[in-house]
Design a protein around this ligand. Structure first.
Ligand SMILES: [Zn+2]
Length: 66
């Protein structure tokens, strides 16, 4: 489902963990941190980004818990 975010809103949002900017992942309905060392993906629910580290999922290539 496409993410419908106000570009002005998106431009001021930063990752709460590392303060980097986001890119939008429409397929996953997520905001993905652009910092490769962080790379957390935050869910967007009803067009509202949930910027909670507890709710985020790691997209980094770390296979240590598989
Ligand atoms: Zn981050």
């Amino acid at each position: 489902m496409a993410v419908n975010l106000d570009p002005d809103l998106l431009s001021i949002l930063v990752c709460p963990k590392c303060r980097s900017e986001f890119r939008v992942d429409d397929e996953a309905s997520e905001l993905v941190c652009t910092n490769a060392g962080c790379a957390l993906a935050y869910p967007v629910r009803d067009d509202i980004p949930v910027l909670l580290i507890d709710e985020a999922r790691e997209t980094k290539e770390a296979d240590d818990h598989r």
